[in-house]
Design a protein around this ligand. Structure first.
Ligand code: FHN
Length: 427
């Protein structure tokens, strides 16, 4: 019974939960096929183009990125699901737009912190589930940053700051929407919008309009979708019960036509046209206690990215949550991911003033010191696996050219991983 329940995808699995246990590490398979990302590939009838394969390879080599969850919800300071959790109607919730004036927002300072931490890219919530857009979009009903006292183009300023410092910017984009009337409400949205039937053709046109605008104006590396899962429930016979046909072919083709990669955090097996496989707070193939990846076989021909949170249990800023990962814990996560041939996308939720939480800044500064000393074992490597040792420590291995990096990850939240370089001939 317990197993059957775990296999089912239920809405509660996607809600923010406080502190998950560190991953239980298993021995992974042997050496990966190193050339799999470099050549043109057939995925079913879909032929992956050369630009796409090169972009995937570039993405995988970056290995460490910063995730930013920021929007109106930062003003409420209760995490990004607050509207849904206390069932505020969209009109009442949206009034916060009149009070959104993050006077301390400084894209250059954010980027300085990210770059100093050793991050090679940034993925920001251009629009989260509440439907509020962080750029002055022309295709919505006005629920965006232009109609706040702040009025500045957050996405534009961040894009410029990233560009100036050589960091790639990517966009999280919520498929699920708690604001628009044409969005067909799924399990989570019904709590805010009731049994809203919506008009998906109209909603899809809106999304394509926004995506085109985002891509043409700010040139992201990838679009990172989220929220599909409120319309999909995994069945015991291995199939998915879907309550909405999203027409991802059209959406993905549109994004690919602009030479941008597609990722979808849907917790399902990867589709042909998805370029990056995502794991939420779970190492690829581990399916630890959250159960997010219970139904996600690891794709062996795509770059992989695991996202996780620095502030415990939340993505958007929560004022009362004072527990943050330690620098050593973040470094251990980076190492586990690299050993598993995955990137780490570490989330920070800025507050309503536009500042990154001070604790996150301190942690990232220490992470940066470790990355400067040990980055060779991380950037541009391929993962050779991660083993859990009898004493609870872990050993990860990565490889680049003729060097294998053996990474020892000790137990304890304040012990940094240790890296040892070995020529491949020793193996
Ligand atoms: O509901 C969201 C959540 O707020 C957050 O954005 C995370 C990031 O991976 N994804 C969803 C849950 O799967």
């Amino acid at each position: 019974m317990a197993t059957r329940m775990r296999m089912k995808t239920s809405l509660s699995m996607f809600l923010p939960t406080a502190g998950r246990k560190a991953a239980t590490i298993l021995v992974v398979g042997a050496v990966l096929v190193l050339s799999s990302l470099a050549r043109a590939q057939n995925c079913g009838s879909y032929v992956v183009e050369k630009w796409n394969l090169e972009a995937r390879k570039k993405f995988a080599a970056q290995r460490f990125g910063i995730f930013i969850h920021w929007g109106l919800y930062a003003n409420y300071a209760q995490g990004e699901w607050y509207q849904q959790q206390i069932c505020i109607d969209t009109e009442t919730y949206g009034r916060m737009a009149d009070g959104f004036c993050p006077s301390k927002f400084d894209a250059k300072e954010w980027v300085r912190v990210f770059k100093d931490a050793g991050a090679r890219y940034v993925t920001i919530t251009s629009r989260h589930h509440d439907g509020f857009s962080l750029w002055p979009t022309k295709v919505d009903d006005g629920f965006n940053i232009a109609n706040t006292p702040f009025g500045r183009d957050v996405i534009g300023e961040l894009a410029k700051a990233c560009d100036d410092e050589g960091l790639q910017l990517n966009f999280y984009y919520s498929l699920m929407d708690w604001h628009r009337k044409d969005y067909p409400a799924g399990l989570a949205t019904k709590k805010v919008c009731g049994e809203q039937k919506g008009d998906y053709a109209s909603y899809k046109e809106f999304m394509l309009g926004q995506l085109g605008e985002l891509i043409d104006s700010y040139h992201p590396g990838n679009i990172w979708f989220d929220g599909e899962w409120e319309h999909a429930e995994h069945q015991d016979d291995g199939t998915w019960k879907r309550t909405l046909e999203w027409d991802f072919d059209t959406i993905y083709d549109f994004i690919h036509s602009k030479r941008v990669l597609v990722a979808n955090n849907n917790h399902q097996p990867i589709r042909d046209k998805e370029d990056i496989q995502l794991f939420e707070r779970d190492l690829p193939g581990e399916n630890t206690d959250g159960g997010f990846s219970a139904n996600q076989p690891v794709a062996n021909n795509r770059p992989i990215e695991q996202c996780d949170v620095i502030q415990h249990g939340v993505w958007g800023y929560r004022i009362a949550e004072r527990r943050f990962c330690t620098p050593a814990e973040v470094c251990a996560m980076i190492c586990r991911c690299a050993a598993k041939d995955s990137n780490l996308l570490m989330n920070i939720g800025p507050d309503g003033s536009g500042r990154l939480p001070a604790q996150a800044v301190e942690v990232m500064s220490e992470v940066g010191k470790w990355m400067r000393a040990n980055g060779d074992a991380i950037y541009g490597t391929r993962g050779l696996g991660l083993v859990k040792n009898a004493d609870g420590s872990e050993t990860g291995k990565t490889k680049k050219d003729n060097t294998v990096y053996v990474i020892s990850i000790s137990k304890g939240s304040n012990v940094f991983p240790k890296v040892c370089e070995t020529p491949t001939s020793s193996f």
